[in-house]
Design a protein around this ligand. Structure first.
Ligand SMILES: Cc1ncc(C[n+]2csc(CCOP(=O)(O)OP(=O)(O)O)c2C)c(N)n1
Length: 117
């Protein structure tokens, strides 16, 4: 089973209990995160509805700027899951191959893919 998800949706949803459920029900998943370090759809709404709001003044886009978050794959490590962080296009295929192998062997894998937009 494969889940593809953006970093905004990933951080908004109950990832930690879901990891526990994956282990408890022995349901290995391949999770691929498209990580652009922003909850962009919400950020665009802030800009659209409050173009002269406090955030426009301060540059502090609360709840939508995800730059400060630690490495997302790290949250899976205490659950014994396979983790990958991909920061170059050529690193993607080998990371997915390693992750698929882990899933085939029964371990959930989280591949955090850093994208630029
Ligand atoms: C299950 C579920 N939870 C929450 C939402 C609300 N929601 C809409 S878009 C979004 C996050 C979008 O951020 P990201 O996935 O990083 O995509 P981006 O906006 O950066 O393109 C969320 C949490 C939803 N649509 N569905």
């Amino acid at each position: 089973m494969v889940l593809t998800i953006g970093d905004g949706a990933f951080t908004y949803n109950p990832v930690i209990p879901s990891y526990d459920a994956s282990n408890a029900y022995e349901l290995p998943l391949l999770i691929v995160v498209f990580n652009n370090r922003v909850y962009k759809s919400m950020n665009m709404n802030h800009r659209r509805f409050y173009p002269e709001g406090a955030a426009a003044d301060t540059g502090e886009w609360l709840g939508t700027d995800l730059h400060r978050l630690p490495r997302l794959a790290a949250f899976a490590e205490p659950f014994g899951m396979h983790t990958e962080t991909v920061d170059a296009p050529e690193a993607l295929a080998p990371a997915l191959e390693r992750a698929l192998k882990a899933v085939a062997e029964g371990t959930t894998a989280v591949v955090d893919v850093l994208v630029t937009r």
